[in-house]
Design a protein around this ligand. Structure first.
Ligand code: ZN
Length: 424
């Protein structure tokens, strides 16, 4: 699918340093991209209730990574997906009496508008689950042929005219490295699998954790030609596995998403990649903290959502929304409160004041500090503090301006735009 328009990224003097990010598997800071290329797969949305502040927080975090990588001179390729057919989307469409395709189309457009407004660099590869069905069918068929997947009989009434062909599940016992991404104990895996969309109690599975690869046709659900699989639709983990592999090639450098994707989603996607590529598919997993609101995690199921589009509709400057997000380190779990936006709007106004003058204090140290902060696990709050310090000095009444640099305000404005994605 077509992604949203790319923002202009101004050129800066000098160059950023290699970026170290927190690897969720080891807990260590690592330089994820080697050589002169950098590749990122960030898991995308399921298009309903988009784009809440939690989504925006995640995509702005990975946008910082893309920008820091580019500033460091890497050739960056970024891929993402839209899960434009899946249980929650179909359930929402049924509950609201809307055609699921119409709901998806409308929500994808809204998400793209929100990302554009927030200055997020669009993915180079942006694929929907539906358009990738032929590639998923090929992958799942290959797993069946190699014995790394198996069929599970479906209930009466399911499966259309080929009811004998069951749903298809991955056989996790075929992957000796399963568990190596999250490194969770079996009990925790089972708990999270049940909580996060898995079906541990499905009859006929070899292992309760085995994930769905292909769901056969069900009455009232959309289905596509699956060749030897029979009519149906893809599972979520194999969708991301195939889109990441096709978009970036294997191995790629970073797989990212919200913290709740570590298990099972990223564990399973990595497993599928290993099984399908006959070997290792190493990558660094990076996760953004979940955002709470009114005391609980912001989530579709709880309905406690703050939507970017609603904020924009009330006249909030999207750059203030972006600054409100950047005021929190991407890995922290934090709560959106009524104080976040006014504080960000005040900061934005101060920065705009500071860059509107004729000259200002030398900006070399500020640019270096912002680069250093971002290179250290995308530390946006530290980067903001460096800009705050320059702005405060620039606006300090009575300061000695004889050594001011005429170009400094321009350097600051371009740095804030290029590295933090904030247009002043
Ligand atoms: Zn994904």
């Amino acid at each position: 699918m077509h992604s949203w328009p790319a923002p202009q990224i101004p050129e800066l003097p000098g160059r950023g340093r290699p970026v170290r990010v927190h690897d969720s598997t080891t807990g260590e800071l690592v330089v994820a991209a080697q050589g002169d290329t950098a590749t990122l797969y960030a898991c995308g949305i399921t298009p309903y209730d988009a784009t809440h502040i939690g989504h925006a927080n995640t995509y702005v975090a990975f946008d910082l990574l893309v920008r820091a990588w580019r500033d460091a001179g890497y050739q960056v390729t970024y891929a993402s997906n839209v899960t434009d057919v899946d249980d929650p989307l179909l359930e929402r469409a049924a509950a609201t009496g809307v055609d699921w395709r119409a709901l998806a189309t409308q929500q994808i457009a809204l998400f793209a508008e929100d990302m554009t407004a927030l200055g997020v660099v669009p993915p180079d590869v942006w694929d929907g689950a539906v358009e990738k069905i032929p590639a998923v069918v090929e992958a799942v068929s290959a797993m069946l042929a190699e014995g790394t997947a198996y069929r599970v009989p479906v209930e009466p009434g399911a499966g259309g005219t080929d009811a004998g062909l069951g749903d298809v599940y991955a056989d996790l016992s075929a992957d000796t490295a399963f568990g190596s991404v999250s490194r969770l104990g079996r009990d925790m895996m089972e708990r999270l699998f049940a909580e996060r969309g898995g079906d541990p109690d499905r009859d006929g599975k070899k292992d309760p954790l085995d994930p769905l690869l292909w769901r056969r046709e069900r009455p009232g659900e959309p289905a596509w030609d699956g060749g030897v699989l029979g009519t149906g639709r893809p599972g979520w983990h194999i969708e991301c596995s195939v889109i990441g592999r096709d978009g970036l090639g294997l191995p790629f450098d970073v797989q990212g998403g919200g913290a709740d994707l570590l298990f099972p989603h990223h564990e399973m996607s990595s497993s599928h990649d290993r099984v399908l590529s006959d070997g290792a598919a190493p990558r660094v997993h990076v996760h953004a903290g979940l955002v709470a609101y009114e005391g609980q995690k912001m989530s579709k199921s709880l309905g406690n959502l703050v939507l970017v589009s609603n904020l924009r509709a009330t006249g909030v400057d999207p750059m203030a929304i972006r600054l409100a997000l950047l005021a929190h380190h991407y890995r922290t779990e934090w709560e959106w409160t009524d104080d976040d936006l006014p504080a960000a709007a005040a900061r934005l106004e101060t920065w705009r004041d500071a860059v509107s003058g004729n000259g200002g204090p030398d900006a070399t140290a500020m640019l270096d500090a912002v680069r250093a902060a971002l290179a250290t696990d995308l530390d946006a709050p530290a980067a903001l503090a460096a800009v705050d310090a320059w702005a405060a000095e620039s606006l300090r009444p009575g300061r000695d301006t004889t050594a001011d640099d005429e170009g400094a305000p321009g350097v600051v404005a371009r740095a804030v735009n290029a590295l933090l994605g904030v247009r002043l």
